[in-house]
Design a protein around this ligand. Structure first.
Ligand SMILES: Cc1cc2nc3c(=O)[nH]c(=O)nc-3n(C[C@H](O)[C@H](O)[C@H](O)COP(=O)(O)O)c2cc1C
Length: 353
């Protein structure tokens, strides 16, 4: 049996295997930003579908750090109650419940994808949106020009991170992932293409990683020592003058020394023009470089065939996250495992075999 199905111990949490559901925004929160029946059915099916960990989609640390008004949040009691129901269901169905925390930065306040044929349309404050904040007043494609963050904004965002981490713990999640990639606030700070600041949060790589490291420290204030922390990081910007893999290995090492257990590798996505890698295992292929950083590694990105699991784990990464293949099929992991269905599938389904 492939190593992908071997358990993985992360601090005090034992994850039954290394095939995890990648966080994927469902844009289906209710008006208060809380999970709905859609989330319960969606994540419940995948938890029953044999993944070792279900990483619930990006949940905003504050109202203005969501991408859309239909994103989940983790900043009110109502949201915590909804997340608790989700975390309980994922646990009961045999998986480890995790949640991704997000701060959208300049990529916030747009419409849900199906309102505009998949493209992001800006939603101004007059239509229920809000003014985005970012390291520099540089817009993402056609979205609103963000306001450059002040020190006060930074302090408030760090307080929001502490509260969201605490709320994730109170909701019963066992693992937390911080979204540090895909062109959101954390990535915007790191990349010289989005961070033009001349204060202590800008300049060289050391300056540009200062606020992201503060975000990690803020999480560790609200998130218990015995629970693991993952950060999703770009392995590189894939753009002239952008972050290189050498930069990101250095960032990952600092993250590791600041309380991060696993880096979950992504790539590109700072701007729409960044190349989109499409070959199988494209992000996992960066994994061996990141082992130099002394952290465990994971990656999503076209892990879509069962044989990709053997190629990825353990040679490239310690765990994989599967995204779109698990939108198409909640039982992808059970099928990929290929073992006797009467041993691996839920017993309620045994008469199907
Ligand atoms: C509908 C959809 C929503 C997504 N939402 C998120 C998200 O909330 N957070 C995140 O880090 N990545 C998000 N992603 C990226 C996926 O987690 C994953 O990294 C990406 O799809 C590549 O993996 P795949 O080739 O297995 O799909 C999303 C992708 C899709 C298709």
């Amino acid at each position: 049996m492939s190593t992908a199905w071997a358990p993985l111990r992360l601090r005090d949490v034992s994850v039954p295997n290394r095939v995890w559901l990648s966080p994927m925004c469902q844009y289906s929160a209710d008006d208060s930003g809380a999970p709905t029946d859609w989330h319960l059915a969606h994540y419940g099916a995948r938890a029953a579908g044999g993944v070792g960990m279900v990483v619930v989609e990006c949940s905003g640390i504050s109202p203005d750090m969501r991408t859309t008004t239909r994103d989940l949040g983790l900043y009110t009691e109502e949201q915590v109650a909804g997340h608790r129901r989700l975390a309980e269901a994922i646990t009961t169905l045999g998986s480890v419940p995790a949640v991704q925390l997000g701060a959208a930065g300049r990529k916030s306040s747009h419409g849900v994808p199906w309102d505009n044929g998949g493209a992001r349309n800006p939603v101004p404050p007059a239509e229920g949106g809000w003014q985005p904040l970012a390291p520099s007043a540089l817009p993402f494609a056609g979205l609103t020009v963000p306001t450059e963050m002040t020190t006060r904004d930074g302090t408030r965002i760090l307080e929001d991170v502490v509260r969201a981490a605490r709320n994730a713990h109170r909701a019963g999640y066992q693992v937390l992932e911080l979204h540090g990639a895909n062109g959101y606030l954390f990535h915007e700070f790191l990349s010289p293409l989005a961070n033009h600041r001349s204060d202590e949060w800008g300049g060289d790589l050391e300056g540009r990683m200062r606020f992201p490291l503060e975000m990690v420290r803020a999480i560790r204030i609200g998130w218990p020592e015995d629970k693991p922390l993952i950060v999703r990081l770009p392995a590189e910007d894939l753009l002239e003058g952008g972050l290189t893999t050498d930069d990101m290995v250095a960032v990952a090492a600092r993250m590791g020394a600041t309380g991060v257990d696993v880096v979950d590798l992504s790539s590109g996505a700072l701007v729409p023009e960044a190349p989109r890698l499409a070959e199988p295992l494209h992000n996992a292929r960066y994994g061996p470089r990141f082992r130099e950083a002394g952290v465990l590694t994971a990656a999503s990105g076209m892990v879509s065939e069962p044989h990709h699991l053997d190629e990825a784990v353990p040679d490239l990464v310690d765990a994989v996250l599967v995204g779109r293949a698990m939108l198409r099929d909640p039982y992808w992991a059970l099928r990929a495992r290929g073992s006797d269905p009467l041993e691996s599938w839920p017993r309620q389904y045994h008469r199907a075999f």
